[in-house]
Design a protein around this ligand. Sequence first.
Ligand SMILES: Nc1nc2c(ncn2[C@@H]2O[C@H](COP(=O)(O)OP(=O)(O)OP(=O)(O)O)[C@@H](O)[C@H]2O)c(=O)[nH]1
Length: 606
Amino acid sequence: MYDPNFIRNVAIIAHIDHGKTTLMDRILELTHSIDERNMREQFLDSMDLEREKGITIKSHPVKVFYTSKKGQDYELNILDTPGHIDFTYEVSRSLAACEGAILLVDATQGVQAQTVTNTYLALENDLEIIGAINKIDLPSANVEETLLEINDLVGIDSDSIVKISAKTGEGVSELLELIIEKVPPPTLKGSINDKLKALVFDAKYDKYRGIIVYTRVFAGTVKKEDNILFMASGKSYEVSEVGVFHPEMVEIDNLSAGEIGYIIAGIKEIQEAKVGDTITNAQDPTDKPLPGYKEVKPMVYAGLYPGLPEYYEDLRKALEKLKLNDASLVFLPENSPALGYGFRVGFLGLLHMEIVKERIQREFDLAVILTVPSVIYNAKLKNGEVIQITNPSQFPDQEYIESVYEPYCKLDIITPPEFMGDLINLAQVEKRGEFLYVSNAGKNRVVLHFEIPLAEIIFDFFDKMKALSKGYASMDYELIGYRESKLVKIEIYINKEKVDALSYIVHESKAYEIARKLVDKLKDLIPRHQFEIPIQAYCKGKIIARSTIKALRKDVLQKCYGGDVTRKMKLLEKQKEGKKRMREIGEVSIPQEAFLALLKIDEDNN
Ligand SMILES: Nc1nc2c(ncn2[C@@H]2O[C@H](COP(=O)(O)OP(=O)(O)OP(=O)(O)O)[C@@H](O)[C@H]2O)c(=O)[nH]1
């Protein structure tokens, strides 16, 4: 029976490994939603890579029925939220689909930066926050301190916080009771009698059924054979099925105000069901869409090339396949004199990039070369034109440039106070950041606030921060806009030939240092040839660093003192294999790892 007074919609906010999946398992068990034996296969197996990477990429909404201690039946919809900065917009839309949020914190770890950001997003969406301190069964659990941290950071009082063990199940039914008591029903946000308004908070591609739209209905109702309109994209479709996640997809007759479920409507491409879009009835549309829709744009671009040129088509097919399920992935063909035919691919962030690369290698069995990622720069030219630079090799010659702009972020680092000095030093001295101020976050934590160029945090910032803080610090960033900056392009010439794939945009103050390290690293990475190879770094038309790879007559057979023919054959084979992994630039063979030299220049110094 549909009665929105007894529906509760909540999202789980948790840092990686704080126990979200385990808690969902317990809730499914407690509400008898699924046969225990089947649980793992059915519910969890679809997300191998996600589990391995410790992140949730797609939403896994679940509807369960719970009978309260007072004997009232409730329908609970529980959404998990992606746990990484690259997916902040998706998180904000999942939160917008709910009235409440469970802030799940591991008592042995305390509150982490990502948790704080998502909690703030939840507060912005006016959600009722329930704290759940997890892993209280562990001897190292620091329950009281975690309680204080939650209190301090998000200002909720102790009667909105429960102590649980997702592992043993202790406290989980108290958590469900608290949700029922504190989280408001969806009735205030719209009624079944109003015109249809439903929020797209995720979408998934299915080979047989097309796009499955994950939605929260705010007003009205939607059913099979209705004509629906996506207000941002302007497209309409006929509904072929509506249903709920229980936790597998179950068809129902109507999806109505307050409910969370799915819609299938013959949608072919994921780009047509954009996260944040509002669905309404095409015949009887609402006049105003739900707030908060945004086009997501890639923040980072990198070149992606097949390991061998003949795999170009396979790589294109792989990217197209991935795009079916990933509306934020963009790519265009690109041709690099150094690397041949490949693609310029736009990503939401570095993790997104890592995931895409990894999936291409795993699911499509293709070796790929990824070039050093770059942020998007803007340049104003002397002729008044403004251009966007997604590839360093497009950076115009200095004489045409009036000014260059780069993306800046607000960066927050949460850390125990003893690492403050080193972390400020990292952000400010090494990474061109500006330290703004420090604030308190619980008993033994501070938050350091910075503004910093995005380009400075996309490579190794996270690893360095972790190393300096013995793993304790966590970070979060948010784009705040473009600022003028003194940026220059470094171009690398190997044996007098420009290698475009090694071009790099860098702040003027760092040009000499980076150019020096880069040419030295390339000297290490490129094998000796039978002739001398000069490596030169140009900046603003001048050579600012150079090194030379000495000539060497390299005869691998010299190593085999006479006789053993099979050994000789093996060596020759190996040399041939090695050649395949090289790129010929003019007469020089460059190993693939040289194209990532820039990412490696710090390795030897640390
Ligand atoms: N002792 C103890 N271990 C727990 C508890 N809850 C979760 N764990 C363990 O903590 C680890 C991480 O738990 P998950 O449920 O995978 O965490 P998650 O938040 O879903 O992680 P991601 O989805 O990978 O971000 C697993 O090894 C769990 O067995 C708990 O209450 N007590």
